[in-house]
Ligand binder design. Structure first.
Ligand code: ATP
Ligand code: MG
Length: 534
């Protein structure tokens, strides 16, 4: 190769151009391709004859006429118009492994001038930037994800009220997914059923009828397995429950993800659409992140609700205790007045009569003194009774077993009820507060039995062990609906049972009440763990 041989120079230049990884095209005024490098042939999988003379829009885009797309500038037009190089990003169609695939390309187009300064053609250097673009899209999605999560967390921290939290979180989620159809189902721990707690775009009838068992329908399966599920068209999806209801509602695309907090299932969030569409994996991941945020907020709201409920209950119990205290004071005052002071008055009268009689006749004074003696014994008994009721001294002096025997004899001794009282394990003294708790719980249980149960048999089992003190009280009486009695708003009714529960929980124990209003019978189980020093 020498510089005198112009063909050798041409060849060298061609070799250089062909060695480029970027595509190079030369295009005339009429969008015809007049020259290409090897990269163009390689990328399009075509021979040179198939490309030269073709329109660039046909080769690059598969169009049949020039591509004057709005917002999609043609670099050839730009160069012809401005006489300056132009840079654009397009998507081109390539035949890769026998399939047409879209790739992002950066195109730098530059004019070729003739000696008179006129543009004779345009060169395009075309570089595949698909990987960079895809990365940009991913970064964009991640950023959107963060913005969405931020919006959700802002929405959920605005309130501690469960319905407000769920409502605003659902609104934000639907906004993010550009949808107006969805809802949140929460799991009812008792019935193990999922019910719509908030919903948007769904009819009330649909929301109330679509309560699901675990494993039933798509949301039920999501709740059971903890795995998100998608349906492009739920109206024809065999996994869906109540297809008729779904069809009437007109639901099509459906996405469902579980709401879980610390491994515990709280419910499910669903988003849907009137049109069949494909939710992407990215949508699911985003929805799962949103669900995680929501679950934490739900847990917090529930804890807050529980604290509020307990505070309210404490307040009611305190009121109740004050009222009882006042009642007790009145009763004691009445008893002291009616019984004890009457007896004391006759005692005084008897003693006075005895004093007056003594210097006349000692034998006449004796019956008066005997009468005075028996009156003072009565007073003593009466005062003991009052003291026992206030706080059984037996509890302090002889301990729980004896105090409960006294209590049960006192409550049931004169009735037809048959009582079985059993002590398991070796009795030991417990901290006074703990003994009082057990005593008061059994006292209230026996109060209820005498007032409502009309039982034939009552059993009390008191168990002592190194780990715990347990009490088990049963009756075969009328039975009742425990949930209804406890949640009854007709206070002061129902404070006895709640008071028992509160007392036991204050000692870190557990109280379980089981009763059956249909077949009768009530059972109360108390278990209070003992700390090492108790
Ligand atoms: N052993 C039982 N057998 C049948 N029904 C019972 C029994 N224990 C409680 N109940 C029912 O449960 C209700 C609630 O009992 P609870 O002790 O909480 O309140 P109360 O006895 O009505 O009022 P309080 O104890 O506050 O004076 C009672 O009204 C009664 O209907
Ligand atoms: Mg009661």
């Amino acid at each position: 190769m020498t510089s005198e041989d112009p063909r050798a120079d041409d060849n060298h230049l061609r070799e250089i151009i062909n060695s480029l990884e970027d595509e190079l095209m030369v295009i005339d005024h009429k969008y015809r391709i007049i020259e290409v490098n090897e990269a163009v042939l390689l990328k399009h999988g075509k021979a040179k004859e198939e490309i030269i003379g073709q329109f660039c829009y046909a080769v690059s885009h598969g169009f049949t006429e020039p591509c004057h797309q709005p917002g999609d500038k043609c670099p050839v037009d730009e160069v012809l118009k401005t006489h300056k190089p132009a840079k654009v990003t397009h998507t081109h169609i390539y035949n890769i492994d026998g399939q047409n695939k879209e790739r992002y390309v950066d195109i730098i187009a530059s004019p070729i001038h003739n000696s008179r300064g006129q543009i004779t053609a345009v060169t395009e250097v075309i570089r595949d930037v698909t990987e960079v673009k895809e990365l940009e899209v991913k970064i964009g999605e991640a950023q959107q994800n963060l913005l969405a999560l931020n919006a959700i967390s802002t929405a959920v921290i605005q309130s501690l009220d469960l319905d407000t939290i769920l409502g605003s979180a659902l609104d934000k989620t639907l906004e993010i997914f550009n949808s107006n159809l969805g809802g949140i189902l929460l799991l009812d721990e008792e019935t193990q059923k999922l019910h719509y707690r908030v919903h948007r775009g769904l009819s009330n009838r649909y929301a109330s009828e679509m309560s699901l068992n675990l494993g039933e329908g798509i949301a039920g399966k999501v709740a059971q397995t903890g795995e998100a599920m998608l349906s492009e068209d739920i109206s024809s999806d065999p996994r869906a429950a109540r297809p008729k209801l779904i069809n009437q509602e007109g639901l099509r695309a459906f996405a469902s993800v579980p709401l879980r907090s610390k491994g515990k299932l709280l419910g499910v969030i669903n988003i849907a659409s009137w049109e069949a569409r494909k939710f992407s994996l990215y949508d699911v991941r985003l929805l799962e992140s949103i669900a995680a945020q929501m679950a934490t907020a739900i847990e917090n709201a529930r804890l807050h609700q529980e604290v509020r409920r307990k505070e309210q209950l404490r307040g009611e119990l305190l009121q109740d205790m004050l009222a009882i205290q006042e009642e007790e004071r009145k009763r004691i005052a009445r008893e002291l007045h009616d019984e004890t002071s009457q007896v004391l008055a006759s005692l005084t009268a008897n003693l006075e009569a005895a004093v007056n009689t003594l210097h006349v006749s000692a034998s006449k004074a004796e019956p008066l003194l005997r009468k005075a003696q028996s009156l003072s014994i009565n007073i003593l008994d009466e005062i003991h009774r009052v003291i026992y009721e206030l706080r059984p001294a037996l509890l302090d002096d002889l301990g729980l077993v004896a105090a409960i025997r006294w209590l049960s004899d006192n409550k049931l001794g004169s009735s037809d009820t048959n009582l079985q009282y059993k002590v398991v394990g070796k009795e030991k003294r417990l901290p006074p507060q703990l003994e009082t708790t057990i005593f008061r719980v059994i006292q209230e249980a026996l109060n209820n039995i005498t007032r409502y149960a009309h039982a034939k048999n009552v059993t009390i089992v008191l168990s002592f062990s190194a780990e715990a003190i347990k009490a088990h009280i049963t009756d075969d009486g009328a039975g009742f609906d425990v949930a209804e009695a406890i949640s009854s708003k007709e206070r002061p009714r129902g404070l006895g049972l709640l008071g028992m529960k509160e007392r036991v929980e204050l000692m870190n124990g557990r109280l379980v009440i089981r009763s059956n209003p249909d077949n009768g019978g009530t059972e109360i189980n108390v278990n209070i763990p003992l700390s090492e020093d108790s």
